[in-house]
Design a protein around this ligand. Structure first.
Ligand code: KIV
Ligand code: ZN
Length: 517
């Protein structure tokens, strides 16, 4: 049987939740992964690689929950070649409407000799065994030769042929270390399609890393050589220099139809929202000049450019901001807006929240409208995100009073509610942020180390809300906390407290004995 696939349709396989999450510091909790998966569904990705189920209970749970909730895309779980990995992936994927197992083993001389310590013939046998075993659980099996781009071409052809004979329906070629250049990678895909006798029975796929900044170019070269799936991540999130950026591949295909006569199923208007969500959840800021989703990607500063764009947008714009969902900030409501209008606004922004959360959110919205002249959609999103994130928190922010300025000492008077009991303290530090964090540590002693402190203005103007990300690390595990407020220090305290709450959940899940704070 040959594959029945529209020859011009490119399958978008998103691995933000698997390869993206492997990026140090980018860890996400279940709730965050679910929100991202739902956004990926809206974005229209074809496949979501939701995790590596044997890697941790958290990964298993994420793949399992996403399989229950997200119905349109195929849900995929990663597995090494061993039976236990494949069975764990199959178990996690059990509730999925459409499921895929992605199994891999390294095929390059370097990886086989030093990492696997296996002979090539043993690896070949594992390819057959793993793919055949995966086929016991699903008809949709993706097989990857890890470090494929640095593998011996003859051996690569043998493994690919064996994988397809054993039942792989997709052959994904990873450039694991981001080493190749576009012509070379396109050549590898073309070679496999030409030389492997049963190549017409599988879809070929590209999985490119960005160590030389070529991941998107390599992915597009693969498409031009016949690959019909690309594995990519939102914002190019991923280990080291990251993976190929979904938004860049999709917009290149959309914008350059004349050279790339292909289609994707992506609703490009959701790109900006997906990018912001991934950035907020991971604390990985998007560089301002990043293609498609950077803050400056559609900004025209130079007078000569502004003049041209005003006369005809096409003079300096090859795609419209609207096409990626970048719309002018909308003034939504002011301090006279009522509860009903607020509830409608929240619905329109895509949130479903319970009555208690709605009451708290409305109260905070009123406070915000009192402090801030104009309240935009982004303000409401930041506020609701902040509220939603705190639903099950053991530690809650109550109040903060800070003394700062050029004459020290800077002090922070802080009140928190911990397991329902209010506690307060006063602490000093090297600056107001340090004093605030010291006060939190006094009230809730812990050993976690601060790895990142980042402030971002939600909208323009000096009355803008600050959105703060705090990354904490404890015993090799990292969490990202967020907080938003018009007062940067309150936002900082909220973000730190949010990170601590996440750490508590993580501790509970991984080592119950370490629970005492
Ligand atoms: O980069 C890589 O080789 C991978 C494989 C597991 C596909 O992520
Ligand atoms: Zn990878």
């Amino acid at each position: 049987m040959t594959v029945n696939h529209d020859p011009n349709r490119i399958i978008i396989f998103d691995t933000t939740l698997r390869d993206g999450e492997q990026s140090p510091g980018a860890s996400m909790n279940l709730e965050e992964k679910l929100r991202i998966a739902e956004t990926l569904e809206e974005l229209g990705v074809d496949v979501i690689e939701a995790g590596f189920p044997i890697a941790s209970n958290g990964d298993f749970e994420a793949v399992n929950e996403i399989s229950k909730v997200v119905r349109k895309p195929i849900i995929c779980g990663l597995a090494r070649s061993g039976k236990a990995d494949i069975e764990r992936a199959a178990e996690a994927l059990q509730p999925a409407e459409r499921k895929r197992i992605h199994t891999f083993i390294a095929t390059s001389p370097l990886h086989m000799k030093y990492k696997l310590q296996m002979e090539p013939e043993e690896v070949l046998q594992q390819v057959v065994d793993s793919v055949s075993h995966a086929r016991n659980f699903t008809d949709d099996v993706d097989w990857s030769p890890e470090d494929g781009s640095r593998s011996d071409p003859d051996f690569l052809c043998r493994t690919v042929e064996a994988a397809i004979s054993a039942g792989a329906t997709c052959i994904n070629l990873p450039d694991t270390v981001g080493y190749v250049i576009p012509e070379e990678f396109g050549g590898l895909i073309a070679m496999l399609r030409e030389r492997v006798p049963n190549s017409d029975k599988a879809i070929f796929s590209a999985h490119c890393h960005n160590d030389l900044g070529l991941a998107v170019a390599n992915s597009l070269a693969a498409v031009q050589a016949g690959a019909r799936q690309v594995e990519c991540t939102i914002n190019g999130l991923g280990e080291r220099a990251g993976n190929a950026a979904l938004e860049e591949i999709v917009m290149a295909i959309r914008t350059r139809k004349d050279m790339l006569a292909y289609e994707t199923g992506i609703n490009t208007e959701v790109i900006t929202r997906a990018s912001r969500l991934v950035s907020a959840v991971t604390g990985f800021a998007v560089q301002p000049n990043k293609a498609i989703v950077g803050a400056n990607a559609f900004a025209h500063e130079a007078g000569i450019h502004q003049d041209g764009v005003l006369k005809h947008a096409g003079t300096y714009e090859i795609m419209t901001p609207e096409s990626v969902g970048l719309v002018e900030s909308k003034l939504v409501m002011g301090k006279h807006s009522g509860r009903h209008a607020f509830r409608e606004k929240i619905r329109e922004l895509g949130y479903e929240i319970g009555d208690n959360q709605m009451q708290d959110a409305f109260r905070r919205f009123k406070d915000l409208a009192d402090k801030k002249k104009d309240v935009y959609d982004e303000d409401i999103v930041a506020l609701i995100d902040d509220e939603v994130m705190r639903e099950n928190d053991r530690i809650r922010f109550k109040s903060l009073q800070v003394v700062c300025g050029s004459v020290g000492p800077q002090t922070a008077e802080l009140a928190l509610e911990i397991d329902g009991e209010e506690r307060a303290t006063k602490a000093s530090g090297d600056g107001p942020v340090d004093a605030t964090f010291n006060a939190i540590t006094e009230l809730f002693p812990h050993e976690a180390r601060l790895q990142l402190y980042q402030v971002h203005a939600v909208t323009e103007g000096t009355d803008a809300q600050a959105e703060v990300t705090v990354r904490l690390e404890e015993n090799g595990k990292t969490v990202n906390g967020q907080g938003a407020d018009t007062d940067t220090l309150v936002a900082s305290a909220r973000a730190y407290v949010n990170a601590l709450n996440k750490l508590l959940v993580k501790r509970e899940k991984t080592a119950p004995t370490a629970l005492s704070a």
